[in-house]
Design a protein around this ligand. Structure first.
Ligand SMILES: Nc1ncnc2c1ncn2[C@@H]1O[C@H](COP(=O)(O)OP(=O)(O)O)[C@@H](O)[C@H]1O
Ligand SMILES: [Mg+2]
Length: 376
């Protein structure tokens, strides 16, 4: 049998970086396949830029190996790594025209003039700005400047494209537009890409795989679907999307029958077994996402015959947001957020109504350890 393996373009093996005694990146292991788009996602200060800067050659790892296209890169200067880079702030030279800005990297490489002309023209067409080549950066909008920064990164046909929060300085609508554009470009050119962002939706939209980071540690590496549906930790679950938290205790747990729980407010719940084992009596955090909870008019609460979880509550407030409606429902002292698709049903509910909430055991996430601590 012949094994066909994908080419690995970038590999990090046990990469570590300290600033003084502060470990900022810890034992980072990753393989990026050729043509793949991988995001580094995590809150501010978790080590995304530091890791990207090590890949770019602006910083040297204290430990571990960095391999690009099969070659060890530790100690190799940045300009020998064949990279294209785009940063959050517009890094265009203000005294150069768009053409000169984009041509800059090719000039450094002593590319012949006619070839520079052709390649700049082609890449400006690619970012859909063929008509601005004589303008100066200050004559462009923020979104146009970022497109030019992307064109400048792509014109040298880099083996690797590194993007550090390139959309963060743009307003919401432009950010979305440029995000779509980036995805199209990345797929069209097939350039291996590493994208740094603190925005989970951006990461999910753009990436084949996401590396979720917290305090310099890799929490999970997986596809957007896996990260959302099979979170490796409580941190991953709560960082990606919105979720309701209940504190409670495990009553019983087995692979066959699933997990039976009791919340601190006395509600009995059932959760599906998802590979993580629990002891009876263990304190746990219990989560369910707002869009997994349905309103119903049934009565009662706790475990239903068919295994669904049900709880009675009172609507605190309800907000209509266009494609969906979101309400806060009070279960005792706990506020539960519920998101429901926009339809005629939304109109009949108002604040103060008593409702029953239902959700499936498979939509309940249980995490160990922090069950009864305050959570920030
Ligand atoms: N040159 C530096 N010297 C000391 N500490 C630094 C330096 N650069 C970054 N840090 C620290 O390293 C941590 C990670 O920073 P960074 O990689 O920029 O995070 P992110 O890009 O995820 O927001 C932060 O705590 C930051 O304060
Ligand atoms: Mg950063």
């Amino acid at each position: 049998m012949i094994l066909v393996s994908k080419m690995i373009d970038v590999e990090l093996k046990g990469v570590q970086k300290k600033f003084g005694s502060n470990v900022v990146v810890e034992n980072f292991n990753l393989q990026v396949e050729q043509g793949e788009c991988v995001s580094f996602l995590g809150p501010s200060g978790c080590g995304k830029t530091t890791t990207l800067n090590m890949i770019a050659g602006f910083l040297e790892p204290d430990q571990g190996e960095l391999i690009i296209k099969g070659k060890k890169m530790n100690g190799v200067p940045s300009n020998k790594r064949e990279l294209g880079m785009v940063f959050q702030t517009y890094s265009l030279f203000p005294h150069m025209t768009v053409f000169e800005n984009v041509a800059y990297g090719l000039k450094l490489r002593k590319t012949p003039k006619t070839e520079i002309q052709e390649r700049v023209k082609k890449v400006l067409e690619l970012v859909k700005l063929p008509h601005v080549s004589d303008r100066y950066p200050k004559q462009l909008s923020g979104g146009q400047r970022q497109r030019i920064a992307i064109a400048r990164a792509l014109v040298t046909e880099p083996s690797l494209l590194l993007l550090d929060e390139p959309l963060s300085n743009l307003d919401a609508k432009l950010r979305e537009e440029l995000r779509d554009e980036l995805k199209r470009l990345q797929q069209e050119i097939g350039v291996t890409t590493i994208f740094v962002t603190h925005d989970q939706e951006e990461a999910m939209y753009l990436s084949n795989r996401i590396v979720v980071l917290d305090h310099g540690k890799v929490e999970q590496i997986g596809s957007p679907w896996d990260i959302y549906n099979l979170p490796a930790s409580e941190f991953v679950h709560t960082f990606i999307g919105k979720s309701n938290r209940l504190n409670g205790t495990v009553i019983s747990a087995s692979e066959r029958d699933g997990i039976v729980l009791r919340t601190n407010e006395g509600l009995a719940l059932r959760a599906s077994f998802k590979g993580r084992t629990f002891q009876s009596g263990e304190a746990v955090s219990i989560y369910v996402r707002p869009e997994k909870i349905a309103f119903s008019t049934g009565t009662g609460g706790g475990l239903q015959a068919e295994g669904r979880n049900e709880a009675q509550g009172r609507i605190g407030q309800i907000s209509f947001l266009g494609s969906y409606a979101e309400s806060e429902v009070l279960l005792g002292n706990t506020v539960i957020h519920v998101r429901m698709p926009s339809d005629s049903q939304n109109r009949i509910w108002t604040a103060g109504d008593t409702v029953n909430l239902q959700w499936k055991p498979e939509d309940v996430f249980v995490f160990p350890g922090k069950g009864n601590e305050a959570h920030g």
